[in-house]
Design a protein. Structure first.
Length: 114
C-alpha cells in the first residue's frame, strides 16, 4: 500500500505535464503572420487557442494564458468568434498547422502576448 499511493500521485502529476508542450516545439527562425476571421476560440488556461484558416487550411493559434490576455486588454469581448484577426508568431517545427502567437491584432489594436 505504501508503494501504490506514491505511484498514483506521481502519475497524476506527470499526465498533465506531458499534455502541455514546450515552446521549443515552435520555430522562432521562421516567424509568420496569419490573418482571417476567428473560427473557433477557447480562452482558458494553461493558454488559449483560436482557429483561423490560412492558405486553405485551418491553423490553431496558441495564445497566452487567460490572465495575461485579460491584463493586456485582449478580453473575451474583443477576442471572439467572427472577429478579423492578424496573428504573428512561430509555426510548429513538426509541420502541424499550429503557431505560437507573439501578438495578435484585432480592430486596429495590437495585443502583446509574450
Amino acid at each position: 500500500m505504501r508503494i501504490i499511493l506514491p505511484v498514483i500521485l506521481a502519475f497524476g502529476v506527470a499526465v498533465p505535464a506531458a499534455a502541455h508542450h514546450g515552446w521549443g516545439s515552435y520555430n522562432a527562425d521562421t516567424p509568420m503572420t496569419i490573418a482571417g476571421n476567428i473560427e473557433t476560440l477557447k480562452l482558458e488556461n494553461p493558454h488559449g487557442e483560436m482557429t483561423v484558416t490560412h492558405e486553405g487550411d485551418p491553423w490553431v493559434i496558441t495564445l497566452a494564458p487567460l490572465t495575461r490576455m485579460n491584463t493586456r486588454g485582449a478580453t473575451a469581448d474583443i477576442v471572439k468568434v467572427g472577429e478579423e484577426v492578424a496573428a504573428y508568431g512561430y509555426p510548429r517545427r513538426d509541420g502541424m498547422k499550429e503557431m505560437r502567437a507573439e501578438w495578435i491584432e484585432i480592430g486596429g489594436q495590437r495585443f502583446q502576448l509574450r
